[in-house]
Design a protein around this ligand. Structure first.
Ligand code: AMP
Length: 302
């Protein structure tokens, strides 16, 4: 049963970190999201690629059971993103964004997709996010991610879609830019005022802050001794978070908190290698082991 729908980018990424370089590798917000979420629930993907996109990349998603009937193959080049990170790996500097086939993309949803209970609007043009949201019949939970590219370039369209979602999942720099508020606690409250009832702020190696109804929950990042490439950490987090919620089937505070930890677990794998390489080697057993290590690490009483 496919419970979770994602619309976002499927991309070729070129990434430079102080620890290595990857050229034109598999990336994209919807790619990381759907691969991560597939460990928890059935996933449906809506996106577009160009004719230059290798079938082998799509097979990686299909092998995880991701439903690709909403993926269009269009004439023209696949979306491409190039970025680099400094030594602290905290924020990607975008070197190049080429929309390619996304410039003229009109999402068409296969009929059964319209009744998917969980929706994730991954980082993509906010007009496309709204287009997909409007096509769904009352999802139980709709969450949205975005980035500086869209906050600066399409603020009004973004504000429109933010007002209609249940949850916003962004990183700290995006939360500050969106609200024009440097203090993250105030930024979270301001976002709650825009409409969402759940705000999740990802803070890289400093963990994740969730605000719901004036309550805060904080989870640290999993301590790792080898981090190679943070690309996709945010989308993988979101995939684990939404996947765990769809699997749990409840949306109470306890389920949200567990989902935050599952999201953090999934992100901790992605950053251990370039592209989706670590996720491709991931065993479900490792997810549970790290989840339990997380709980142990966060426990106050011995
Ligand atoms: P993150 O999880 O935040 O590190 O997101 C990284 C992914 O976002 C990369 O794989 C990129 O292909 C994708 N990406 C970068 N810029 C954009 C954009 N403007 N729109 C959609 N996806 C993007």
């Amino acid at each position: 049963m496919a419970d979770l729908l994602v619309v976002g980018s499927v991309a070729f990424d070129t990434v430079r970190t102080p620890f290595g370089k990857a050229d034109e590798v598999l990336g994209g917000s919807a790619t990381y999201f759907s691969y991560a979420a597939s460990f928890f629930t059935g996933v449906r993907l809506v996106a577009v690629v160009g004719a230059d996109f290798p079938k082998a990349h799509l097979e990686l998603l299909a092998r995880r059971g991701v439903d690709l009937t909403g993926l269009q193959v269009a004439d023209g080049p696949t979306f491409r993103w190039a970025g680099e990170y400094g030594y602290d790996l905290s924020e990607a500097k975008t070197l190049d964004t080429r929309l390619g086939v996304f410039a003229d993309f009109r999402p068409t949803l296969p009929e059964p997709f319209r009744r998917t209970p969980f929706l994730f609007l991954a980082n993509i043009d906010p007009d496309l996010q709204l287009n997909v949201l409007r096509k769904l019949e009352r999802p139980r939970l709709c969450a949205l991610d975005t980035m500086n590219f869209w906050i600066q370039g399409k603020r009004e369209a973004l504000q429109r879609v933010v007002a209609e979602v249940d949850a916003l999942v962004v990183n700290d720099a995006e939360a500050r830019m969106l609200t024009e508020e440097p203090n993250l606690v105030k930024a979270a409250r301001r976002i709650l005022g825009y409409g969402p009832r759940i705000v999740v702020i990802k803070r890289g190696e400093y963990g994740v802050l969730m605000a719901t109804d004036g309550r805060f929950f904080f989870a640290p990042a999993f301590p790792l001794d080898s981090v190679y490439d943070p690309t996709g950490a945010g989308d993988t987090f979101a995939g684990g978070f939404m996947g765990a919620l769809a699997r749990a089937g409840t949306l109470d505070e306890a389920a949200l908190r567990r989902a935050i930890v599952y999201g953090s677990v999934m992100a901790s794998f992605t950053v251990e290698d370039f592209s989706l390489n670590r996720l491709l080697r991931l065993e479900p057993r490792e997810i549970e082991e790290r989840y339990h290590a997380f709980r142990e690490m966060m426990r106050l009483e011995q």
